[in-house]
Write a protein that binds this ligand. Structure first.
Ligand code: HEM
Ligand code: FMN
Length: 670
């Protein structure tokens, strides 16, 4: 019998007395049930969970509105709240207002940044090699349990990159005891639903969970204590643990304590391994079902990695696997391993052009599985697997916030770059070596735990013949060419044209490029000043030029550019920058499609709107592909135009020995 709909006009499925919708939800596959309900009830509906409403949203217009972090914030409730038993106030399970969230977020941006990824690459290759070696040694008839092996891969990778620990999953029959404890605990957490008398029948499970948590904490605490004992070793290490033990939060000057570090490590193991293994497993499934896409994937891998399976793929080669990345993104669309996330309004709100009222604190679930099938975004056949959905053009055209497998805003996944690099590398190495065989003609059956992944998915593999992958005779991008012997650049006679080089940078990429530009400008006779954007709020020079290089973080400026960006957004006079001549280069990552290059774009637009003159069009560097290469193309061209602009008459000739610094010709006019 259905009672009066309290949140009308938000639709609600029929309820039962007292329990509301609580017991009608398929407890083994709640997300898939909700996804079916979204098809029936539309882009927004709500469930009565024994008196507490959960509003389920999947229409992209509404999700777009709910992605406004000034109005809505992540909420840690339900199963996620219970995950705190293992994750404590680690990043994933902390409330945004808890001091340890922002402290850890600030400290962990660096070990999850692009530069750090490059240093983890060899460890990622190490573990991926263990996987392919295991597969190479199988007999022709041996089956591979895909999820098992992908979980072994992702767990061992995060163990090694995170805290130099080898779980050695490929050398044991069962998972490492830590993983057994983690999985058992997560199962108990997922089974707990807050029903009356649940405590009684779950008593045994809860006792086991207490023991499991104590065991996990002890193991991680010992790893931390071991590192603390040898203080010198901390400085030598380049893993996430070292970054957490030494990192200082810029805004508070504080460090993480050891209990919080333990929770972060537990968190990386929870958030980091099942998700990426689900992604890889679903991707392999999709490839088996789409031979045409698989063929293109083989072509790309053969082209980029080449035929030599003994040559370790380089970091740069992995970034060139653009079609593989499109495939991975499309798999994240159809089978997002983290299929939903929770938010709530910071004040009473109305969404949907005034239609739906949501009270402060209401639990809202963004149902990513259904959002990713919204036909108004993905077309009339949203279930079709099509990597072209993630071509550059398609991504640029798509409305923002239509693809959210990594969550939203500042609370989005910090491990996104890590996961995508790891997955592209592993898939590349698998395809370089193996033919995949779908001997079971497996049909997707998703198992839901904290994440979603295929259940009972087995394949067989056969080594690919050399002739099959020899088509290109060698990789397009050979292993990095190795360091060149440094040569002393020749300095131009000074003409002392002022050149201000400004950066906005959290993790050093933009700062490093800015420093190189400044060095080069100085060598070419400019009177150079280098500083952060925030150092120059209200004082852009009217003479000479201004070169700006800036990153974005979830659409917001880096810490040392926030005041500058705020100032540019103020109500400035139309001609505020009438005599300023500038060029902007953005460091970004197109994985953040909705806010890709948003801050450098804003800076460029505001300067030009207030009468500054761009001496060269804004450049974009994409850390997802080849940021350094894009910068190398942009900068010499910008420099050449700048030279003309400032009427600098060079009579300067370089000798053949001059090092072109960053593979760029110094700004000589020919
Ligand atoms: C394909 C792989 C992955 C997917 C689909 C994924 C998905 C997500 C999602 C949806 C969130 C937001 C959750 C929420 O709003 O409640 C999240 C947060 C998070 N993820 Fe991932 N994740 C992946 C891989 C990783 C990896 C490899 C790591 C670490 C090594 C990681 C660490 C985290 C952490 C620490 C958070 C919390 C961030 C914060 O709130 O500050 N994830 N992830
Ligand atoms: C947590 C996080 C959020 C990011 N958000 C964006 C974004 O919204 N838009 C974008 O273009 N790039 C984004 N990026 C990519 C960075 O801007 C890019 O890696 C840049 O090179 C970092 O520069 P930095 O090292 O100077 O701080 C993000 C990176 C991280 C780690």
């Amino acid at each position: 019998m259905s009672s009066k709909n309290r949140l009308d006009p938000i639709p609600q499925p029929p309820t039962k007395p007292v329990v509301g919708n609580m017991l009608s939800l398929d407890s083994a596959a709640p997300v898939q049930h909700l996804t079916r309900l979204a098809k029936e009830l539309g882009p927004i509906f709500w469930l009565d969970m024994m008196g507490s409403p959960i509003v389920v949203v999947s229409g992209h217009d509404l999700v777009d509105e709910l992605s406004d972090e000034k109005r809505f914030d992540k909420t840690v409730r339900g199963a996620l709240r219970r995950v705190r038993a293992v994750g404590g106030d680690g990043l994933f399970t902390a409330d945004t207002r808890e001091p340890n969230w922002s402290k850890a977020h600030n400290i962990l941006l660096q070990p999850f940044g692009n530069r750090a990824m490059q240093s983890y690459h060899p460890s990622m290759v190490d573990i991926a090699e263990q996987l392919v070696q295991k597969w190479e040694r199988l007999n022709a008839d041996d089956e591979i349990d895909v999820v098992h092996d992908m979980t072994a891969l992702t767990l061992d990778t995060i163990g090694l990159c995170g805290f130099e620990y080898r779980f050695n999953s490929f050398y044991r029959r069962d998972y490492h005891p830590f993983v057994e404890s983690l999985v058992r605990s997560l199962e108990t957490i997922m089974m707990t639903r807050g029903l009356p008398f649940e405590q009684v029948w779950m008593q045994k499970r809860r006792k086991t969970m207490g023991e499991d948590v104590a065991f996990m904490n002890k193991m991680v605490d010992e790893i931390i204590a071991e590192r603390r004992k040898n203080a010198d070793a901390i400085d030598d290490k380049k893993d996430m643990l070292a970054a957490m033990m030494t990192g200082v939060d810029r805004s508070t000057g504080e460090q993480l304590d050891d209990v919080n570090i333990r929770y972060q490590i537990n968190t990386f193991l929870i958030a980091g391994h099942e998700t990426t293994s689900g992604l890889l497993s679903c991707t392999i499934y999709a490839l088996l079902k789409h031979p045409d896409i698989l063929k293109k994937a083989y072509d790309e891998v053969d082209h980029v990695f080449g035929p030599d399976v003994n040559a370790k793929p380089t970091y740069q080669q992995v970034t060139q696997l653009t079609y593989i990345t499109q495939i991975l993104k499309e798999a994240l669309r159809l089978w997002p391993p983290a299929p939903a996330y929770g938010i709530s309004p910071l004040a009473d709100e109305t969404i949907g052009s005034g239609k739906y009222k949501l009270r402060k604190g209401t639990f809202i679930t963004i149902l990513v599985t259904a959002l990713h099938r919204d036909p108004s975004v993905w077309g009339p056949n949203p279930d079709a697997f099509d990597p072209e959905n993630f071509s550059r053009e398609a991504e640029a055209k798509r409305p923002i916030n239509a693809w959210k497998p990594f969550g939203n805003g500042q609370r989005a996944c910090i491990g996104r770059g890590f996961a995508m690099h790891e997955a592209a590398l592993a898939l590349g190495m698998i395809l370089q070596r193996f033919k995949l065989i779908d001997h079971q003609r497996y049909q997707m059956h998703l198992k839901e735990t904290l994440t979603m992944k295929p259940e009972g998915f087995k394949i067989k593999v056969r080594p690919r013949a050399d002739r099959e992958r020899g088509a290109y005779g060698g990789p397009v991008a050979a292993a990095s060419s190795g360091p060149r012997a440094p040569r002393q650049p020749t300095t131009r006679p000074g003409h002392n044209t002022p050149m201000l080089v400004l950066y906005g940078s959290n993790l050093g990429t933009a700062e490093e490029l800015a420093t190189r530009m400044a060095d080069l400008a100085e060598i070419n006779g400019f009177a150079v000043h280098l500083g952060s954007l925030d150092d120059y709020v209200g004082k852009l020079p009217q003479e000479g030029g201004v070169l700006i290089i800036c990153a974005s973080y979830n659409g917001a400026p880096p810490d040392n550019a926030s005041q500058f960006v705020k100032w540019l957004g103020d109500d400035l006079p139309k001609d505020a920058f009438a005599n300023v001549r500038y060029a902007v280069f953005g460091c970004g990552n197109s994985d953040w499609a909705a806010t890709y290059q948003s801050v450098p774009r804003f800076i460029d637009e505001q300067l030009s709107r207030h009468s500054a003159r761009a001496i060269y069009p804004r450049g974009e560097g994409d850390a997802r592909s080849d940021l350094d290469g894009q910068f190398q193309k942009w900068f010499p061209a910008a420099a050449q135009v700048a030279t003309k602009e400032f009427g600098i008459d060079w009579n300067f000739t370089r000798t053949a020995e001059d090092d072109p610094l960053y593979a760029i010709e110094p700004v000589a006019v020919t």
